[in-house]
Design a protein around this ligand. Sequence first.
Ligand code: NAD
Ligand code: MG
Length: 388
Amino acid sequence: MTDRLIILGSTGSIGTQALDVARKLGIKITALTANSRVDLLEEQAREFNPRMVALLDEKAASDLRVRLADTDIKVLSGIGGICECAREESADTVLNSIVGMAGLVPTLDAIDEGKNLALANKETLVAGGQLVMDAARNKGVNIYPVDSEHSAIFQCLRGAPRERALKRIILTASGGPFFGKTREELADVTAAQALKHPNWEMGAKITIDSATMMNKGLEVIEACWLFGVHEDQIKVVVHRESIIHSAVEFDDNAVIAQLGLPDMKIPIQYALTYPNRYPSPTDELDLATLGTLTFAEPDYETFDCLSICKEAIRRGGLYPCAANSANEQANFLFRNGRIGFLEIGELVGEAMEACENKYDFNLMDVMATDRLAREFVSRKVAERKGSI
Ligand code: NAD
Ligand code: MG
C-alpha cells in the first residue's frame, strides 16, 4: 500500500475521488497538480498540506502563490512545475489522472524517479506505451491500473499461473449514450447529448470518447501494453449495465470476471492499497436486485473509432499516437460545436493514415507525431469549412 502519494490532475473527476480515498485511508499527499482551477487546488492544498503544488497555467499559478503565501507550500507552474511535482522525493507513488497525452512526460519523470504508478491517464500508454513500459521495466517500478476495466483484468489475473495461461481478455464496454443508433441518427447529435453518459460521471473528454467508443479503442491499446497481449486476444463486448468490469479467459476456457457497482473509487482504492483491500464507500452489489445482465457485439461500422484504434495497435509504431492525438483535437472541436459527431471518426482515421510512421522511436518522435496529427485535424477542418 502507498504511504506517501503525489496526485497529478487532482482537480478532475478521478483526482477528486482519489483524494476522497486518500482522506479515508489516511494516505499522506506530498504534491498536487492541475491545469488552471485555482480555487479547488487552493482548497485541496489547505486540507492536505502537500510539500508542493503546480498549475500548468502561469497566471493561475501566480494567483495561487499569493493565496498560499501564508503556508509553507511551494507553488510551481508550467509543465516544468508539474514534472517537479511528479518527482517530489518523499513520495513512493504517483497517481496520474491528467487527461490526454499531456500526462506522458510527467509519467516518464515519475518512473525515472523510481515511483510506482497508479495510472488513470490511458493516453500516456496509447501514445507512448513502448517508452513507458520499457522505462518501468528498467527502473523496476510497478504500474497499477486505475481504469476500471484494466483494474478488473489486473484483479482477475491475481493467482494465475506464472507461465502464460491467459488466452483472451474480455473487455466490457457500456456502449455509451448512443448504443444501437445508426450513423444517420448520429449525424446531428450535439455535445450536450453526447455528454449524458448512462452509467458513469466523468470528465468531458472521456465522456465524449465513450459516446464515440474511442474510449474502448484506447482501452484496447492500453490493455495490450499493460498485459502484454496482442490486439486479437482482446474481445470487446457491450455490457450496458457496467457491472462486469472485464474478464479473462484462460487456456482451459475458464473465465474469471470482476464485478461491482460502477464506481471508480473501487479501482482507485485498489491501485493505492494493492495487494490489500479495505472497506470502501461504494455500495454492495446486489445481484438479485439487478436481475439481468446483458451482452452484445459492438457495432464496428457505426463506431469507427473503435475499429481505427484496433488497426492502429495492429500496425504498431507511431500509429496509436497519431490516432490518439487526432482524437484529442477532434474531441475538443466537437465539444466546442465546431465539427459534427461523425467527423470525429473520419478525422481520426484520416490522421492515422497520414502518420509518418517509425517502429524505432523516441520521445521526440512521439511529440512530433502528436503535433502533426493535431495540425492535420485543424487543417482538414479549416479546408472543409472553406469548401462549404
Ligand atoms: P478531468 O477532465 O475531470 O480531469 C483532468 C485533470 O487533469 C484536471 O485536474 C485538470 O486540471 C488536469 N489537466 C487537464 N489538462 C491538463 C494539461 N494539459 N496538463 C496538466 N494537467 C491537465 O478528467 P478525468 O475524467 O478525471 O480523466 C482523467 C484521466 O483518467 C483520463 O485519461 C481518463 O481517460 C482517465 N479515466 C477517467 C475515468 C473517469 O471516471 N473519469 C475513468 C477511467 C479512466
Ligand atoms: Mg474504462
